[in-house]
Structure formats: structure tokens, C-alpha cells
Design a protein around this ligand. Structure first.
Ligand SMILES: C[S@@+](CC[C@H](N)C(=O)[O-])C[C@H]1O[C@@H](n2cnc3c(N)ncnc32)[C@H](O)[C@@H]1O
Length: 320
């Protein structure tokens, strides 16, 4: 990290490499000049009664989000991007996809939607009265219609058939794929941070560093500022400083600020363990994991087994 001050600042200052503000994002953003942030990426509270939030009336929640998004739009640079990572709001069993109700706020601020990225993962609650939720979205907006930063090369992923060649025309016989890899597309299969994930902390909804690294690398250049208004455990700052960008974030809960400070310091020192970007997902069958062998006979679940499952709450009717 040559050329950067390695301390973690507590208040905003444009020269700092890492700013971890303990307090509300609106208070932090008040000190940030207009059009000075290249990327704003966050996962706001979903208003589902997690331990760090009070469940609000939906209209109140939307109004609060609108205030923060408006302030984000003010600090966003001309070539910058906003990525809002959300799941569902759940009310009495009915789900409301948060991106659909937040979209009009961005639209009215003349921000331009570039992608609605589906982030698919495999672990979460098992539902019994609907299909279990296994994706959330990242909605990506830019300030400008034509002039915005988008670097594809640093985030390309391996080609499926790198050996494929043109079979006719002037390029016949030459390799047809980009040797740097292919565009990762808008469906991202990235493990979520659950108990056996190397990045897991006590926070209930961390996002994985690799998810944010892909956004940072594609939507910013070195030295740019990346802001997360709802920082949690510091993931966005970690992804930013790891790639020589500046990271800024606010978090209201002291216990998460402590976790964030600890993780950011380790990231600065180069000792924070993270799941590497583009590492293939663990395939238990490939590794002959014994747990992949069904313990019941003839593929049928024995009635006793079902009882055990029910007692353990393997099948439950959770709504979130
Ligand atoms: C979904 S979590 C974000 C987790 C984060 N993406 C991570 O990787 O750790 C939302 C966080 O926003 C914090 N929060 C809620 N209201 C806030 C506010 N007004 N300003 C700053 N942080 C806030 C909560 O305490 C919570 O930690």
C-alpha cells in the first residue's frame, strides 16, 4: 500500500485511506463534498427485525432509505456508480423484493440502471411453505449515461471452452475466446458468509469480500474513493484498500465498529483471511464427502428419520 497513510481515521478527511465513522451515515456524509465518491456500495438494513434494526412501517423505512440515497447521489462523482445490495422485506409471510420498491427512488434522481445482478448462494433458512430463498440482488446505477468507469478485464472469469476456434471466415483456425476470460454476466454464484466461511464474524449479515472486490475492480480506478453508508463489519473498506482504493464507511453499532476496525487493520497489515475471488465453490461429491451418501434405504426417508428432522427443526416454516 505504498503512498498511503496506514491508519484508520475516525472522521472523514479526503486524504485518508480508511475512514471508519462510528455513527449515522447521514452524519458522515454531511462532511463529504459533492461529486467526490467514485463508488457507493452497501447492503442497508432490510427492515426485517434483525438484531441491529427496529422493524419500521414500510413507508417509514422507504422514506429513510430515500434520504440516504439522495445524499449518496449528491456525493457521487460524474463517472461514478451506486450498488445497492438487497433481499426481501417480509411481512406476515408475504415477501416484497426491496429492489423493486427502492428502484423509483434512484430513477427519480436520474440515476441510470446498468444491471440488476442476481447474487446466488446456497445456504440459508429452509422454508416449508414456499421455496427457500437462495438469491439477493445488487442493483447498479450510474450517474452518467455514457461516461462512467467500467473495467471489465480485472473481473473476467475463466472461459468455458478456451480451446474453441473459429471454424470459418477470415479468422478460421484462430482461437475465438478472449484469453483474459469472459464477462462474468449478471448472475453471480458466490458463497454467502455462513458459519464455516473463513470471513465469518458475529455479524448476522456480512457480505463476502469477493462480492465487493468485483464491484470495486470494475467500477473504480486506483486511488478512487469507495463509500459504504451501512458498513457493518467493514467489508467494503477491506475490498477497497486491498486494491489501493480509499474506503469510507459508517456504522451505528459499537460492537460492529470494533469488529470492522479489527478486520480493516488486519487487511492493512495483509493478515486478514478472505475467500479468494473466483475460487471454485466446494463440491462435496468431488471430494467424496461421506455426508453426501443418504443414510436412509432405497432413497426413502424412514418415518423415524423424519421425526428426528422435525425435532431438529431441519424443516421449519421460517418466513425470512
Ligand atoms: C446489512 S448490515 C451491513 C453488513 C455489511 N455489508 C457487512 O459486510 O458487514 C447493515 C448495517 O447497517 C448498520 N446501520 C443501520 N442504520 C445505520 C445508519 N443510519 N448509519 C450507519 N449504519 C447503520 C447496522 O447496524 C448494520 O450493521
Amino acid at each position: 500500500m505504498s503512498g498511503y497513510d496506514k491508519k484508520i481515521a475516525k472522521k472523514y478527511n479526503q486524504d485518508e485511506q480508511a475512514v471508519l465513522f462510528h455513527g449515522s451515515c447521514l452524519d458522515l456524509m454531511r462532511d463529504i463534498p459533492d461529486k467526490s465518491i467514485q463508488l457507493i456500495v452497501t447492503s442497508p438494513p432490510y427492515n426485517i427485525g434483525k438484531e441491529y434494526e427496529k422493524k419500521l412501517k414500510l413507508e417509514t423505512y422507504i422514506a429513510q432509505q430515500a434520504e440516504v440515497i439522495k445524499e449518496c447521489s449528491r456525493v457521487l462523482s460524474e463517472t461514478g456508480s451506486i450498488c445497492w445490495q438487497v433481499g426481501n422485506y417480509v411481512n406476515n409471510g408475504a415477501i416484497i423484493p426491496l429492489d423493486t420498491i427502492l428502484f423509483p427512488i434512484f430513477h427519480e434522481l436520474n440515476l441510470i440502471m446498468r444491471n440488476r445482478i442476481i447474487w446466488h448462494f446456497e445456504h440459508g433458512l429452509h422454508c416449508s411453505r414456499r421455496f427457500s430463498g437462495r438469491f439477493e440482488t445488487v442493483i447498479w446505477f450510474t450517474r452518467n449515461r455514457k461516461d462512467y468507469v467500467f473495467n471489465l478485464d480485472p473481473v473476467r472469469v475463466p472461459q468455458k471452452y478456451p480451446g474453441k476456434k473459429y471454424f470459418k471466415g477470415p479468422k478460421a483456425g484462430q482461437y475465438s475466446c478472449n484469453p483474459l476470460g469472459k464477462n462474468p454476466g449478471d448472475v453471480w454464484d458466490i458463497p454467502n458468509v455462513k458459519s464455516n466461511h473463513v470471513e465469518k464474524t458475529d455479524h448476522p449479515c456480512q457480505f463476502p469480500v469477493e462480492l465487493i472486490e468485483r464491484l470495486v475492480l470494475s467500477m473504480t480506478n486506483e486511488g478512487n474513493r469507495v463509500l459504504d453508508p451501512f458498513l457493518g463489519t467493514g467489508t467494503t473498506i477491506i475490498a477497497a484498500i486491498r486494491h489501493n482504493r480509499r474506503g469510507i464507511g459508517a456504522e451505528t453499532e459499537a460492537r460492529y465498529v470494533d469488529i470492522a476496525r479489527n478486520r480493516i487493520q488486519k487487511a492493512i497489515d495483509g493478515t486478514l483471511p478472505t475467500r479468494p475471488m473466483n475460487k471454485p465453490k466446494y463440491d462435496p461429491k468431488l471430494y467424496n464427502n461421506k455426508l453426501t451418501i443418504p443414510p436412509w434405504k432405497n432413497g426413502q426417508v424412514e418415518p423415524e428419520q423424519l421425526l428426528i428432522f422435525e425435532k431438529q427443526g431441519v424443516f421449519n416454516s421460517e418466513d425470512s
